[in-house]
Design a protein around this ligand. Sequence first.
Ligand code: UD1
Length: 416
Amino acid sequence: MKILTVVGARPNFMKAAPIIAAINEHNERISANAADRRERPAGTIQHILVHTGQHYDDLMSGSFFNDLKLPKPDVHLGVGSGSHAVQTAEIMKKFEEVLLREKPDVVVVVGDVNSTLACGLVAAKIAFDSAGSRPLIVHVEAGLRSFDRSMPEEINRILTDHVSDLLFVTEESGLQNLRNEGVSPDRIHFVGNTMIDSLLAFKEKAEASTILEELGLRTQTGKNGAGNSISSYALLTLHRPTNVDNRDAFLNILAGLEELAMDSPIIFPAHPRTQRRIKEFGLEPHLGMNGTKNKGDARDSGNRRHGIILTDPLGYLDFLCLMKHATLVVTDSGGIQEETTCLGIPCVTVRENTERPVTVESGTNTIAGTKKESINDAIRRQTGRRTSGGVPKKWDGQAATRIVDILIRTQHTLST
Ligand code: UD1
């Protein structure tokens, strides 16, 4: 079986890495049992990794390949940034050539970014021969719905699900959403969450990150490293266009964070889009509260416990380390709602809705909306929250193994 996996943007890398690792484990098991070690044994999966280049620089892409031990992509489409239409179209044009050349049996797309939809759509309409044969299309993280079609990701989710043959679901709401949309139940599999597979695989390794020292958040209270203590801090990420592309909306969110910033430093690793808006809208003075510094090391802030500390986007392990030790996370990301749920860290989501309701029902997440008062209220409620939250069903580090097992079974059924 030949499987082609597509990655394109930052949130794809941690979702795809466990699937590639599970394929490698399967191949190692097969070759360990093979009589003749020189030949590729029957049942070996051939894997091809395609990077669309939707995210292209080291901070948004390269460092994740190192941290997650992802193999170098076999094919890089190098599409870069552009409007949604241009980016999607460029990926489609280039991906079609790759599909016609490689003729894989299976195309795996993950998540909800433009690369996910573009490649799913190409695979659905390709014809490898006059009989119209095409690869099996597999969507990992299927069925999530925010019911907000103004989000580009919601359009990507719905369309990708409806062109896919196999839908791998992370939480029970996904099962229900797909059934409500008339998707045949035999195409849907509740397997768990590959992003959580990565989190569990790298949670301990993240402790070796030096980010807490670099930001002045780990202090030595005793001699020879004895009595290390970690200061209390909150972690912030914002990148959704509706939150950061409008000056008033962005300022309103910063106002909602003011009280929290008086109490503890807020570490803010900012997405390139967000960094650009901060400069363009002249928001730097609004990041440091009480006249404290707004950039660099937490130790540098005039009063060391105040203000928002802006940093570049961080690598996977550094960010995971910061999430693990934060007292509170404030975010508009999708994946971070899930990661904080798994880590038992209180999370305030600065959005009007979530496509991941399990993080609110059984996790540590609360949906704050985007108004100053509601953000401030949610932060007060979540600060010091005692409950660790529950870990949702099947978020056990085995999702990718389940996916590969199902792919092998499906391939076997199709070929017999
Ligand atoms: C994309 C995804 C979003 C995901 C986010 C994570 C879609 C529709 N959106 O949004 O779901 O949560 O990624 O980051 O697919 N840029 C760089 N370096 C890069 C990549 C981007 O500087 O490596 C800058 C570019 O100036 C670009 C901007 O970031 O214009 C936005 O990138 P883009 O890929 O268009 O969308 P994101 O906002 O990152």
